[in-house]
Ligand binder design. Structure first.
Ligand SMILES: Nc1ncnc2c1ncn2[C@@H]1O[C@H](COP(=O)(O)OP(=O)(O)O)[C@@H](O)[C@H]1O
Ligand SMILES: [Mg+2]
Length: 472
C-alpha cells in the first residue's frame, strides 16, 4: 500500500523543516511499536553520523512507506510534543477507516490512483464506457494470481479495447490490496527489436530500484540476460506480489525475457504467445466489439447527446463499425466536429468508399481504415500534409510539441493549435501524465499512415490522387 499523493506532497513540502527539528531516536520507538518500522530499519538510520543525517534518512524511508507509517509518524510527533510540526502534517492525514478509500465502484480511490500512477498505468480515455462482463472476466483471472505467479493474456484484434480494459481491470481497490500489494507496473512493448527491449527492461529496473532506494543506483544491466536476472531478483526479493502489465506484445521472444516466475498481465493480438513460457496461464478473449448499446453510448458521449436522442443513422453506424471501440471513437470524434454529418459518414462507411489494399492479416482492418481515411480527409489540405509527416514517429514513441515544431518548421503556438485539432479528432493521442504533454499515434494509425504514404507517393497512383479517389 503506497503513501497517498496528498500525504507525500505534504512530507516533501515540509521535509526541510522536519529534518531540522526532529530527534529520530525518540520518534522511531513509537513507530516500531506501531509496527510501521522494523528494528533493522531503525538500526540503519542510527548508523548515520549526526542527528540531521538520521532525520534525512528517516524522512527518505517514510516517503517510501504507506499511509499507516505517515499516521504513526504524525502520532509520534504529537506524543513527543512537536505540536507545531504535527500541525503541519495534520491537514493531509490520510483517512484509515475501512471504507474511506472505497468509492461506490471500489475503483478510483486516492490509494488506487497513487499505485497506478506510480506504476505508469494509463488513465481512462476522455470518452469511456464500461464493459463490466469483460472486466469481471479479467479480474477473476487476476485473482487466480493471488496465490501463485502466472500469466493472464488478454487477446483480441487491434483497436478492440485491450489496453483500455487492462488498465481498467487494475483500477480496483480490493484487487490491488488483496492480490498485488507490491504494486502494478505498466510497460508498453509494441514491436521491438532486442536492443529496444533491453532499454525497456533497463528503465523498468531503474524505476523499481529508484523507488526502493534513491541513494544507491546500480549500473544498468548491459545485456538481455543480465537484465532478465536483475528483474528476476527485483521481482522476487523486493517486489513480491507485484503485477507487471506488458501491453501489446507481438513476439514470444519478448515474452521469454519476462519468464521469471512473476505475475504478468499481457495484451496481444496473438493468442498463442504464452505457449513458449512456463507457469500458470489464463486467458480472456476480447472477442467481439462493443454491443450496440455501448457503441451508441460512445457516440452519445462524443456528441453530448442522450443515447435515445441520437439520430436513426447512429445504430447503422455502430453496426458498420462492427462495434470496434477504436472505430466508433474515431467516428464519434468526427461527429463532434461536424454534428450534421451522420448521414454522410454512414454513407461513406456503407459504400466502402475508402476500400484499399487489404492486409494479409486475419483481422478485419477495413472498417478502421474507412474511419481513419474519413478523419484525415476532413482536415484542411495543409494540415493533412502535416499529419502525413507523422510517419516519422516510431511505434510507442511519445514526443513533446517541441519536436513537432521542429519537424513542421512552425511556431510553437501554431503547433499547439494543430495538435489540439488532431487530438480532438482522435487522430492523435495525448499523454497528459507528463509536463510537457507528450503526443503519440495509435499503432494502427501509424500503420495506416505509413501504408498510405507509400501509396500517396507511388507514381502509378498519381492519376488516382487527381480524381480525388485516393483509396480506390
Ligand atoms: N471502454 C472504452 N470506452 C470508450 N472508448 C474506448 C474503450 N475502449 C477502447 N476505446 C477506444 O478505442 C481506442 C483503442 O483502444 P485500445 O485499448 O488501445 O485498443 P487495443 O489495445 O485493443 O488496440 C482507445 O484509444 C479509445 O479511443
Ligand atoms: Mg493496445
Amino acid at each position: 500500500m503506497a503513501l497517498e499523493e496528498r500525504a507525500r506532497s505534504c512530507l516533501l513540502r515540509f521535509r526541510h523543516k522536519l529534518e531540522q527539528d526532529i530527534k529520530p531516536s525518540f520518534l522511531m520507538d513509537h513507530m516500531i511499536s506501531d509496527g510501521v518500522l522494523t528494528v533493522d530499519e531503525e538500526e540503519t538510520i542510527k548508523t548515520q553520523p549526526t542527528r540531521k543525517h538520521q532525520a534525512v534518512a528517516l524522512l527518505d524511508l517514510l516517503l517510501r512507506k504507506d499511509n499507516r507509517a505517515y499516521i504513526s509518524f504524525y502520532n509520534s510527533l504529537v506524543k513527543e510534543t512537536y505540536e507545531d510540526l504535527a500541525s503541519l502534517l495534520y491537514a493531509d492525514l490520510p483517512s484509515m477507516s475501512p471504507n474511506a478509500h472505497k468509492s461506490s465502484s471500489d475503483g478510483r480511490t486516492p490509494y488506487v490512483q497513487t499505485v497506478l500512477s506510480e506504476g505508469g498505468v494509463p488513465q481512462r480515455p476522455g470518452v469511456f464506457v464500461s464493459r463490466p462482463e469483460l472486466l469481471n472476466r479479467i479480474r477473476e483471472k487476476l485473482h487466480r494470481l493471488q496465490m501463485e505467479p502466472g500469466w493472464v493474456t488478454v487477446f483480441g484484434m487491434a483497436g478492440s479495447g485491450k489496453s483500455v480494459l487492462a488498465a481498467e481491470a487494475v483500477r480496483h481497490h480490493s484487487l490491488i490490496e488483496e492480490c498485488f500489494p507490491g504494486g502494478i507496473h505498466w510497460l508498453s512493448i509494441g514491436q521491438l527489436d532486442k536492443p529496444d527491449l533491453l532499454v525497456k527492461i533497463q528503465s523498468l529496473c531503474f524505476r523499481l530500484e529508484q523507488s526502493l532506494d534513491s541513494q544507491s543506483l546500480h549500473r544498468p544491466p548491459n545485456s538481455l540476460d543480465e537484465a532478465k536476472e536483475r528483474l528476476r531478483f527485483l521481482m522476487l526479493r523486493r517486489y513480491p506480489r507485484a503485477l507487471l502489465i506488458l501491453d501489446d506484445i507481438w513476439d514470444s521472444t519478448v515474452l521469454k525475457a519476462f519468464d521469471i516466475h512473476c505475475r504478468i498481465l499481457l495484451t496481444t493480438r496473438n493468442r498463442a504467445l504464452t505457449d513458449s513460457v512456463s507457469g500458470a496461464k489464463y486467458e480472456v478473449e476480447v472477442e467481439s466489439g462493443l454491443d450496440e448499446n455501448k457503441g451508441l453510448e460512445i457516440l452519445a458521449l462524443y456528441t453530448h447527446t442522450k443515447p435515445h436522442r441520437l439520430p436513426e443513422e447512429a445504430r447503422s453506424i455502430v453496426r458498420e463499425c462492427k462495434g470496434s471501440p477504436l472505430v466508433v471513437s474515431l467516428i464519434g470524434a468526427l461527429l463532434r466536429e461536424k454534428p450534421n454529418r451522420w448521414c454522410y459518414y454512414l454513407r461513406q462507411l456503407q459504400q466502402k468508399q475508402f476500400k484499399r489494399i487489404r492486409k494479409s492479416s486475419s483481422y478485419d482492418y477495413d472498417a478502421l481504415d474507412q474511419a481513419m481515411a474519413a478523419s484525415i480527409e476532413i482536415l484542411p489540405e495543409d494540415h493533412r500534409e502535416l499529419y502525413k509527416d507523422l510517419t516519422v514517429l516510431e511505434k510507442d514513441i511519445k514526443v513533446p510539441a517541441k519536436v513537432l515544431s521542429v519537424l513542421w518548421d512552425l511556431e510553437p503556438e501554431e503547433v499547439e493549435d494543430i495538435l489540439v485539432e488532431f487530438v480532438n479528432k482522435s487522430l492523435l493521442f495525448v499523454d497528459n501524465n507528463n509536463k510537457p504533454y507528450l503526443y503519440y499515434l495509435h499503432d494502427l494509425q501509424l500503420d495506416f499512415l505509413v501504408e498510405q504514404n507509400q501509396f500517396w507517393l507511388h507514381p502509378c497512383e498519381m492519376h488516382c490522387l487527381k480524381c480525388a479517389c485516393i483509396f480506390c
